[in-house]
Each structure stands twice: as structure tokens, then as C-alpha cells.
Design a protein around this ligand. Structure first.
Ligand code: AMP
Ligand code: MG
Length: 411
């Protein structure tokens, strides 16, 4: 069987994602956090506005508050009878022929329904001259125009953004219910792996995957445990997996997922858990095992560093987002003209690393970030996107339109 025929028999990414989607149930447990801890967490309960926002009519300009009933003949003059400051309202009521100096955010006094910008008027002492161009009912922020009392401020599920925190704060809400953090443990496997700080013996390399994973898992929704490096030893890996499954929702390993004589992940998962799939039509990253160990989901990622990055972003990230209850898990993709020639064989869906840019006219262009081997970290370090090539696609000529996926943007 040629490599290409073999690749055609592998499970595709969309089938793998559907398989994972069908098996994962979003975590329901919630906890309370305050606004200082809430950024990036997923809201578990919708929040209602306890009062109208804004709560009182206020000015959107520095100027003069007046009653539109005074616009009888334009231009017209009104007498200034006071000042309404932001936080220090004018407490009286406007009578016919009167106006009040007002500043942005200050309460509009009783009897006024309009604000003229200060640039529009002229003043002689306390007499304010309003020109013919003055319009009624302008420059006022109305009660409840942002959110009405009892309407949803924020609907769950939602990953809380900076402005969401501001929205909650503007309604005086300091504590919210969010989905508890997903407990995730990860480890590397490989006899060749050495830790940074110790000298490399012959044939050894530094374990880079755990640092990449630490960074990829740096998310306020995840509580992460780094289990270190486990040797290529069946018993050690089995013990590690069984212990980690007791207290985690998800375990991620890297390395040992292929078919070499020191690759034990698939066999161990068969023994102590359940394999849902193994090997995908994805490049980089074919040897990928997904399954379950007791109540814990398991992703056995390949060992090559760029396979780890690509499979994590394409397969693991949507799964983790689903577990936190998010349903916008489709990566943003769009077309760009590829100004490099790309090499590709039919068979697997490829995620080549590219550098995306935008021309002055707004069109997108992409070039290859360099060597595409799954062991080449430097090219991916320069990249800011994937160039997503279908299974069927073969070599791409320069000037062709391709699909690109900027790193980490979801719809
Ligand atoms: P494996 O999947 O275990 O056969 O590993 C595939 C390739 O990835 C080999 O060249 C390994 O040395 C390399 N590799 C595995 N784990 C790591 C790691 N944690 N950091 C860097 N390279 C790794
Ligand atoms: Mg290995």
C-alpha cells in the first residue's frame, strides 16, 4: 500500500472533532468569583441588570441644558440659573426662559430635555445665546438606553472580556457564577528527554513540549498540573495515567503515541481505558490517540514539537472549550493569496505555518514561514497563522488563493 492510499484510510479531522464533540459533556459545576478574578472565565449564570443603565438622564456633552419648549423663535436667549456638574447635580427645576450650564455625565435637571454643545452658543454674563441651528432633545443619554432594568446584562455561557467586567461593574455587580476550572494534567514521555539546567548526555534533547503546553494551557479556565517527564517504560506510564485520572478532567501526554518499539501510549490506553480513535489524517501530527481513562478524557499527542502545537490547537482546544461550555469553537479562517510555492501530497489535511499580512488595499497575503518539518521550531516561531490545505490538495503554485487561520481566533 502506498503512503497516499494509507493516508486516505485515516480518520479526517472533522470526523475526529465530531467524535470528540459527541463524547464530551460541558462541565456544569459553578463557583463564585469576584471581578478581579473573572477575566476569561465562562459565565455559568446569566446576569440581569438590577437597575436601568443609565440610571438617570445625563448629558453627553459639555454645554447648556434647556427645555425644547423654549425654541419658539430662533435664535433665542436663555438665562443661566445654575450648574450641573458630573456627580453634583443641579437640584432646582428649570423654568421657562432658563438654562443650566452642564458637563458630560452630569444629570440633566428637571424641566430640561435638551443640551446644546458649548461650542454652539455664545455667552454674555448669565445670558446664553442659542443659534438657529440648535436642535431639540439632542445630546442626552436616556434612562435605560444601554440596558433596561431586569434585562440580561450578560447571557451565559460567555467568556468574560474586559468590557464585560466593566458592564458588570457599571451595574454594581462584583461577584458572578462561573464554570469551575477544568483540571488538566500533562506530561512528556521519552528516554531522550532531559530537563533544562542539566547537561545533555549523548543522544539527549531538552524537553521543549512541556513548555509549549504550559503556554498553550495558560488560560484562566484551566487548572493545570505539570507531571514532568515519564520514561519510555510501560509500567511508569500506566501508573502515571491511572493516578492522574483520579483527580483530573483531562490528561494530555506528548510522545510515544506512534508505532515504534518504545511507543506505549496506545497499548496502555487499550489496557486501562478506552481508545476512541488513534491516528488522524492531519499533518503535522498523525499519531494522536483520544480516549478515556475512567472519568477522565485523554489526548495522547505526538512527540514532535510542531505536531504538539498543531494537534493541540486543532483537536484539543475545541474539546477544552466545549468542556467549559463555550459553543464558539470554530477557528476563524479566510482566503489569502499565497505568495510562496507550497509542497504537498494528497492524503492528509495540512496545517502549514505561514506569515499573514494585509496589503494597503486590505487584501490578505500569506507566505510560508519556512521549513515545514514537524521538528522545526524556528519556522513556527516566525509564523502567525496556519495555511490550511485540504486532504486532496497537492502542490500549491505561488499566486494561488489559500485558506488561512490566524493563531487563536474563534467564531
Ligand atoms: P515520539 O512521538 O515519542 O516518537 O517522538 C517523536 C519525536 O519528537 C522524536 O524526535 C522525539 O525526540 C521528539 N520529542 C518527543 N518528546 C519531546 C519533547 N517533550 N520535547 C521535544 N521533543 C520531543
Ligand atoms: Mg518517544
Amino acid at each position: 500500500m502506498t503512503n497516499q492510499c494509507y493516508s486516505h484510510s485515516l480518520m479526517g479531522i472533522s470526523a475526529a472533532l465530531e467524535n470528540i464533540h459527541a463524547l464530551l459533556s460541558p462541565i456544569q459545576d459553578a463557583e463564585s468569583v469576584n471581578l478581579h478574578e473573572a477575566l476569561g472565565r465562562v459565565l455559568a449564570q446569566s446576569c440581569r441588570a438590577p437597575f436601568h443603565l443609565p440610571a438617570f438622564p445625563n448629558s453627553s456633552m459639555d454645554g447648556y441644558a434647556f427645555n425644547s419648549a423654549d425654541i419658539k423663535n430662533t435664535p433665542f436667549n436663555l438665562e443661566q440659573v445654575g450648574i450641573s456638574w458630573a456627580g453634583r447635580p443641579f437640584t432646582g427645576e428649570l423654568l421657562a426662559g432658563q438654562c443650566v450650564r452642564i458637563f458630560t455625565g452630569a444629570a440633566v435637571p428637571a424641566g430640561a430635555d435638551s443640551v446644546a454643545m458649548q461650542e454652539q452658543v455664545t455667552c454674555s454674563e448669565q445670558i446664553i445665546h442659542f443659534p438657529a441651528s440648535i436642535q431639540a432633545k439632542h445630546n442626552i443619554r436616556y434612562v435605560g438606553e444601554d440596558v433596561r432594568q431586569d434585562d440580561n446584562l450578560l447571557a451565559a455561557p460567555k467568556q468574560l472580556s474586559a468590557i464585560d467586567l466593566g458592564l458588570l461593574a457599571s451595574a454594581g455587580i462584583y461577584e458572578v457564577r462561573v464554570i469551575r476550572k477544568i483540571r488538566i494534567a500533562f506530561f512528556s514521555t521519552g528516554d531522550e528527554l532531559s530537563s533544562i539546567g542539566s547537561a545533555l548526555a549523548a543522544g539527549q534533547i531538552y524537553d521543549s513540549n512541556r513548555y509549549t503546553l504550559t503556554a498553550l494551557l495558560n488560560n484562566p479556565c484551566y487548572a493545570v498540573t505539570d507531571l514532568g517527564v515519564i520514561r519510555d517504560d510501560k509500567a511508569s506510564i500506566r501508573t502515571c495515567l491511572l493516578a492522574a485520572a483520579q483527580c483530573n478532567d483531562v490528561i494530555i501526554s506528548t510522545g510515544g503515541a506512534s508505532v515504534g518499539d518504545a511507543d506505549f501510549i496506545k497499548a496502555i490506553l487499550d489496557e486501562i481505558g478506552q481508545v476512541n480513535f488513534w491516528k488522524l489524517a492531519i499533518k503535522p501530527g498523525k499519531p494522536l490517540a483520544f480516549g478515556r481513562i475512567q472519568g477522565c478524557h485523554f489526548f495522547g499527542l505526538p512527540g514532535n514539537p510542531i505536531s504538539v502545537m498543531a494537534t493541540f490547537q486543532q483537536i484539543v482546544t475545541p474539546a477544552l472549550r466545549q468542556l467549559t461550555g463555550l459553543n464558539n469553537n470554530t477557528p476563524l479562517r479566510f482566503k489569502a493569496v499565497c505568495n510562496s510555492q507550497l509542497r504537498k501530497q494528497a492524503g492528509r489535511q495540512e496545517f502549514q505555518r505561514g506569515i499573514l499580512s494585509q496589503t494597503e488595499s486590505g487584501a490578505f497575503a500569506v507566505v510560508s514561514a519556512g521549513k515545514q518539518g514537524s521538528n522545526i521550531l524556528s519556522a513556527s516561531s516566525r509564523a502567525n497563522c496556519y495555511i490550511v490545505l485540504t486532504r486532496e490538495q497537492t502542490n500549491v503554485a505561488a499566486g494561488t488563493e489559500v485558506l488561512v487561520e490566524p493563531f487563536s481566533l474563534f467564531l
